[in-house]
Ligand binder design. Sequence first.
Ligand SMILES: [Zn+2]
Ligand SMILES: [Zn+2]
Length: 326
Amino acid sequence: MVRFTVLASGSKGNSTVVSGGGTRILVDAGLSCRELFRRMKVAGEDPATLDAIIITHEHEDHVNGLAVTARKLGVPVYFTQATHRAWMRWLTPRRQMTYAQWLEQCRKQAAEREAEPLNTSPECDASENDPEEIETETQSQEIKAATPTGPPSIKEDPTWLPSVEYFQAGQPFSIGDIGIDPFTTPHDAADPVGFVFRSEGIRLGFATDLGYVTPNVKAQLQALDLLLIESNHDLEMLRDGPYPWSVKQRVLSRVGHLSNDATAEFLSTGYDGQAAYVILAHLSENNNLPELARVAAERALIGRASLLANRLLLAEQHEPLVPIAF
Ligand SMILES: [Zn+2]
Ligand SMILES: [Zn+2]
């Protein structure tokens, strides 16, 4: 069975579980490990059965619980190389790191992985889960000062992961029974991507955090059984809303987020109308209303396809969406 479960969607955290054949993948880890596991249980998904985590881009709302969750589960994390590096820089902002130094750190971590047994306990305990408890650079430096000899251990390195795998946009690959087509999205991150997941003849399209729908994104998001696409903001609410102008410009830019209107335009003119389910995602809590997003998409989808297609759902920030099975 192929199953798609949105655990959370929005600027306070993004995570989705994609299952196909005997494989389960967590797409982004934007919630704390404890909250991720809690929501998975609510949605009937067992965290211990996850095989891998795959990351769209390094923004905080997509990686907040990544290190703790990956360590707890002992599963590999799939990134593009540029996203992995950007994530490591985000976790250690005060450390200057050249590309060569970064490669050296990755090499050391790989050597440590060989030497250290993995922690595969599928529970998140409170101390590790608490964001304040995630080791900071300052703490790390203090530990190093106290024990100046030898390389940093796993506990001291906030960027340590049990296993790292790289993929590239435009190059299909597989994790177990799930085929993955990663594609570039226009967004202000190091190397952001969306995905088409393929399993058991079912195709699931996944595109959030993009400033506009490029011709390539459009080409990827066709012949789908499920389409999850961002419908981030209402243009008027954003323009009249509380954000400073610099932030408004960022959201509105070609590397920001899709407005309800932009998503509606794609649904009415750029999409083939075939998906059984269309899920609107990454709705802004400040600059959008679920009803505005829904109405814009409904209008765009009118007359697009048969009664069996385009069932419209809205992904939520604060609770999981009911799992969709094929
Ligand atoms: Zn985001
Ligand atoms: Zn983003």
